[in-house]
Structure formats: C-alpha cells, structure tokens
Write a protein that binds this ligand. Structure first.
Ligand code: ADP
Ligand code: MG
Length: 240
C-alpha cells in the first residue's frame, strides 16, 4: 500500500503541500481533483521520489521513499507514472520505444523485452501499431503507448497526471477507457484528473485538493453528491 503521512513540500518559500495524509490500499483507485496549482502534480512526483519532501513520510509497501538508503530505481519500477505528455523517441518505432525500458532499466534480453512490449501494446489496443513511428499516431494512441511503456516495467502502482489534458476532446475517451480497464483489473492507481465523469465512475475515493491541503476526501457519491466543504462546492460548481 501507499502511505502518505503529514507530507510537507516547499519550493523555496512557497509551501505547496501543507501536511498531506492519505493511505491508498492495494487495488484501490483514488482520483485527485482540484484547481490549478493546488499541489496535485507535486504530490505524485513526491510519491515516486522524483521530488524530495521537507517533512513527513511516504511509504510504499513499507519502504520509505525518501530515506537515504532507498533504491529509487527499484522503487520507480514498482510505481509507474504517466504524465500529460511523453516524448517518445521519434526515430524508434512504437515497439522499440516500449521495449527500451525493460531492456535498459530491467536489463532483460531483447526477445523477452519484445515479448513484454508486444503484450502491453496489445493490452492497450495498439497491436497493429508496433512498427509505426510515434509521430504517425494520434495523441490518444501516443498516450496509450506511454501507458504501455509504464506497464512494461510490471509496476504494482500507477500514478497518472492529467493524462488526457493535452488531447483533443474526441480522443479523451479511448485513454480513459484504458485507465478504466486497468482499474477493473485491480491496478492500484492514483489519478489526477479534470474528467469529473471519469472520477465519479472509476474511483473508490475522490480527494479534493485546495491550496496544498487535501480539503476533502470521500467516496464519489459523497464528494460529487454532497460535498461538505465550501471550497469543494465552489470547485465542482466551476467545472460542471
Ligand atoms: P497542480 O498539479 O495542482 O496544478 P502543482 O503541483 O503543479 O499543482 O504546483 C503547485 C505549486 O507549486 C504551483 O504554485 C507551482 O507553480 C509550484 N511549483 C510546481 N513545481 C515547481 C518547481 N519545480 N519549482 C517551483 N515551483 C513549483
Ligand atoms: Mg498538475
């Protein structure tokens, strides 16, 4: 499980996370919603050790992410992250792009890496794009490739940061469907999203972030149906 305990994070004098507490159980899907600048992305980058924290702690299956002794490469194999955009290597095919991580990071032989990449690309519906170059695919297909690439490391946890925000509205659905499939398969996930219908549909719990604080967390029906905090009500009013 992921245990986030009283996490504080500042950039210079700007405190961006002001004591975040959140436990995510195995198999659970937690979505994070909230206004721009509320600290959502920062929390994800702290969870997989891309950013240091100033206080508190984050544990993944008991391993403290920010302890000096923690092997961050190993941790990042376990905790995959997909961003709004991933710049694939343009001179490599889709298959070659996805093979790279198991080959270079896990050190697996070429055949095994290829087998894993084909499996994950098939999983996200890109079986017919193996030998295509990334630039020849739509934004939605490129995001599914990015998800396949993360899955090729066999992660136990997945973090998604607004993976549909840069897409044409027409292409959002295919990517959300991929996330939903992973959720239904039991992947433990934290998804930062602006897609409220998706959050309502797939989440076990929804967390609302406001100015570096987790102002409210609850099951989707509670957060969307009867939000308790005025900030949550105001935010949901503005996105509806
Ligand atoms: P969100 O994802 O909710 O929009 P972020 O976590 O990206 O918010 O950012 C929270 C705040 O931290 C913002 O004010 C942002 O400008 C600031 N911030 C984020 N990353 C950095 C950074 N690397 N250096 C300085 N300030 C940052
Ligand atoms: Mg963000």
């Amino acid at each position: 499980m992921i245990e986030i305990e009283n996490v504080h994070k500042s950039f210079g004098s700007l405190e961006v996370l002001k004591g975040i507490n959140l436990n995510v159980d195995n198999g659970e899907v937690v979505t994070i919603i909230g206004g721009s600048g509320s600290g959502k992305s920062t929390l994800l980058t702290c969870i997989n050790g891309l950013e240091p924290i100033n206080a508190g702690r984050i544990r993944i299956d008991g391993t403290e992410v920010h302890a000096k002794t923690t092997d961050l490469n190993r941790l990042r194999q376990k905790v995959g992250i997909v961003f709004q955009q991933w710049n694939a290597f343009p001179h490599l095919t889709v298959l070659e792009n996805v093979m790279l991580a198991p080959r270079k990071v896990l050190g697996l032989p070429k055949e095994k890496s290829e087998e894993i990449a084909v499996k994950q690309l098939t999983h996200v519906g890109l079986r017919d794009k193996l030998s295509v170059y990334p630039s020849r695919m739509s934004g939605g297909q490129q995001q599914r490739m990015a998800i396949a690439r993360a899955l090729a490391m066999s992660p136990e946890y997945m973090l998604f940061d607004e993976v549909t925000s840069a897409l044409d509205p027409m292409l959002v659905g295919e990517v959300l469907d991929t996330l939903k499939m992973l959720a239904e398969e039991g992947m433990t996930m934290i998804c930062v999203t602006h897609e409220m219908a998706f959050a309502r549909d797939v989440s076990d719990r929804v967390a609302f972030f406001h100015q570096g604080v987790m102002a409210e967390i609850g099951v989707p029906d509670q957060i969307f149906g009867s939000p308790q905090r005025p900030e949550t009500q105001e935010f949901l009013g503005s996105v509806r």
